[in-house]
Design a binder for this molecule. Structure first.
Ligand code: HT9
Ligand code: FE2
Length: 371
């Protein structure tokens, strides 16, 4: 009899994401949820609200997560992985607390959380762990006995993520006019964050030379650029740039911005650019507005041929890599020896965030980590 892959000790997987508005009336309440106590200027909120209104007040992120949820369930069914998959968000329905309540009432005791952020950072890692702690506390206060929740390791260097991004860059290059294809630059983009948050991202011992956030993105981007070079036989210049900056202007955030980078490329005579959203796992608003709308308009204004490569979304190869990570972690929790596939130079991330990992400005209780 073939081995049946075991997810034990886990009895539920939780897809944990950001959430987004479903219509015009949701936009402001959603933005209020996102920015509660975070000191984002009012003007920035109004500006970001306009991005959503441009798309009928609907963020694409919920549909993207539904698709990922379906793809995970289908993959698990096909590979014999017996693990129910739930979904909860930080900022909009379905809310995390409701998902965890449902999980608790179904009798599940060990939950593995998969967050829709592939990298280390306060926003993409610890903040989700704080959300977990908060929701678990709410359930305890309701008299329920919530399950233990662990968090899956960062997957930016998992083979299925990297290979899917590579395939996306290859396909994007094909969409460029042939005469500029070989000369195209690769602009890898991710969410800008305050430089303070970048410098302290990841485990404390990783701080000091810029933090894990930038290091992990550089590792992934360099690797993708290198594989694309080998596959196409053409070496293309690449750079990691940033997008979606918010916060007050006097606080330093990671730079350069993608639009400034496009201007620089144009001034330097670059014939074309592929924008590679390496920092994002699906086509949510940051991708559809900041890249496909704003940066695309900037490139058009400059007369710079530009295409944007795909995010991994619910691609089968990405979903398969997530399943392997779930089974790897389950085996590790059972105390079995495991392979930890990882590409690039940094190696596999820790299973459990150590104390002081991606610290908050104001310390708050966090679950699924050492502190
Ligand atoms: C690192 C990172 C990721 C990637 C990791 C991950 O994917 O989690 C991410 C994802 C996302 N960010 C999103 C939306 C927003 N982020 C904001 C604000 C902020 N993001 C930050 C960082 C990140 N954000 C930061 C440091 C802020 C400043 C304030 C704060 O520290 O909170 C604001 C407030 C307005 C503004 O300032 O832009 C909004 C509306 C959406 C949903 C998109 C949709 O609706 O489709 C998604 C997936
Ligand atoms: Fe954000």
């Amino acid at each position: 009899m073939p081995d049946v892959p075991s997810p034990q000790p886990y009895d539920a997987l939780l897809l944990l994401s950001f959430g987004g508005p479903e219509g015009p009336d949701d936009v402001i309440p959603f933005l209020e949820n996102v920015t509660r106590g975070r000191g984002i200027p009012r003007e920035r909120l109004e500006e970001v609200g306009e991005h959503y209104f441009l798309f009928g007040g609907v963020s694409p992120i919920n549909a993207q997560n539904s698709a990922l949820l379906d793809a995970l369930r289908k993959d698990f069914a096909e590979t014999g992985v017996d693990l129910p998959v739930y979904w909860g968000n930080r900022n909009w329905a379905p809310y995390l607390t409701d998902a965890l309540r449902e999980i608790t009432q179904a009798g599940h005791r060990r939950v593995l959380a998969l967050v829709t952020s592939a990298y280390a950072s306060y926003s993409g890692c610890r903040q989700y762990r704080e959300n977990l702690a908060e929701s678990l506390a709410v359930l305890s206060a309701e008299g329920l006995e919530p399950p233990r929740v662990d968090k899956l390791r960062h997957y930016y260097n998992a083979p299925g993520f990297v290979r899917e991004m590579v395939a996306g860059v290859e396909a994007a290059l094909e969409r460029l006019p042939e005469d500029v294809r070989d000369g195209a630059h690769l602009a890898f983009t991710t969410h800008s964050i305050p430089t303070v948050a970048a410098d302290t991202s990841g485990p404390p011992e990783a701080h000091g030379d810029g933090g894990a956030y930038v290091a992990q993105h550089l590792d992934a981007a360099g690797l993708i650029a290198d594989i694309v070079r080998v596959l196409t036989g053409v070496e293309r210049p690449w750079r990691l740039v940033y997008q979606s900056r918010s916060g007050a202007p006097h606080i330093p955030w990671l730079e350069p911005d993608i639009c400034d980078h496009l201007e620089e490329l144009h001034a330097a005579g670059a014939p074309a650019v592929v924008m590679v959203p390496v920092g994002f796992v699906s086509d949510h608003m940051e991708v559809l507005y900041d890249l496909d709308t704003e940066a695309a308009a900037k490139a058009a204004e400059l007369g710079l041929p530009a295409v944007r490569s795909a995010t991994v979304g619910a691609a089968p190869r990405f979903v398969a890599t997530l399943r392997k990570l779930v089974l790897e972690r389950a085996a590790a929790e059972r105390g079995e020896p495991v392979e930890r596939p990882a590409m690039g130079r940094l190696g596999p991330s820790h299973d459990v965030c150590p104390a002081g990992c991606c610290p908050a400005r104001t310390p708050r209780p966090a679950a699924a980590g050492a502190d």
